[in-house]
Design a protein around this ligand. Sequence first.
Ligand code: NAD
Ligand code: TYD
Length: 335
Amino acid sequence: MKLFVTGGAGFIGSNFIFYLRKAHPDYQIVCLDSLTYAGNLMTLKDVLKDPSFRFVKIDIADRAAVFALFEEEKPDVVVNFAAESHVDRSIKNPEVFLQTNVLGTSVLMDACRAFGVSRFHQVSTDEVYGDLPLDRPDLFFTEKTPLHTSSPYSASKASADLLVMAYHRTYGLPVTISRCSNNYGPYQFPEKLIPLMIFNAVNGKPLPVYGDGKNVRDWLFVEDHCRAIDLILQKGKVGEVYNVGGHNEKSNLEVVQTIIDAVGKGDIRFVKDRAGHDRRYAIDPKKISDELGWLPETPFAKGIESTIRWYLANEDWMNDIFSGAYRTYYDKIFG
Ligand code: NAD
Ligand code: TYD
């Protein structure tokens, strides 16, 4: 079995590669990543020498390069994590989100059609459903919730999802989609809430909380997400969407306070709210748990504790990002 994992030098993609090494040591993995600011090859340093692993620096929107790699490697399965993933950046510059998240996805699927794969899996997000009000804790996103996006990021991901379903219906491409809630865990780029707050708390910098800090996210430990994707690849039905999340709703203030308590210091600063800021995300995971037997295994209290411990023990990983050293690692390894 040969898998293409796109975006594998990013947060979830790298965790997925580590998960696969353990769960399916017989798989051949080819990681496709263009190493944007969010891609960090140092994260993958332990697998780079593995003979069943190959890293290829490639932009998923580069049609000629993608087709050439498909021709050379002939993957059985493609799992697409590659994306521009940060909402704040999408507000400043939407165009690259369309280029990678929409066009890049269509290029990958065209290559899948041309060379044939048994599955194209699109890693999507609960943000395609928009948001829920804070005063209706009875409401959750199901797979039938209409797409209703708020940010250029979520609009680009929803566009990709529509294209994926269109390729299934029009061309019979064997696709699946997972829509997951907010992930946390090791190797997350420190522009996202949890690693940023840990870094700032440790370094005595203010912790910038947007608006009133009452926005709610449904936090899932990254390994639980990886296991869900693996299950969908094994047992998921082609043409189906699966929501992934774990009834771990927390307000941003609760999350930040947990970090302050664990680090032992931290100074909250309320700052201007994000434009179009989604209020609440909450997943109903009934379909994936009824049909595929998936349930989150890591309670938030345990996952956040081990995550904070990981960042504290791996300050070098974070410092290499802030110093920019991680950007030169590819040249060091591949010349
Ligand atoms: P990330 O920003 O940490 O990593 C993205 C990776 O994609 C990076 O390694 C980057 O170099 C690579 N990439 C970007 N543009 C590329 C291109 N044109 N060609 C090749 N590679 C490219 O993102 P993440 O948090 O790991 O998210 C991975 C996927 O999961 C995304 O599709 C995201 O929408 C989705 N998702 C994320 C979360 C979350 O909480 N982080 C939740 C649900 C879904
Ligand atoms: P983020 O990690 O960017 O994920 P997403 O926007 O995809 O949910 O943000 C999580 C929440 O934290 C979101 O409500 C915005 C908020 N936030 C802050 O309050 N301050 C920050 O510095 C960041 C990065 C996020």
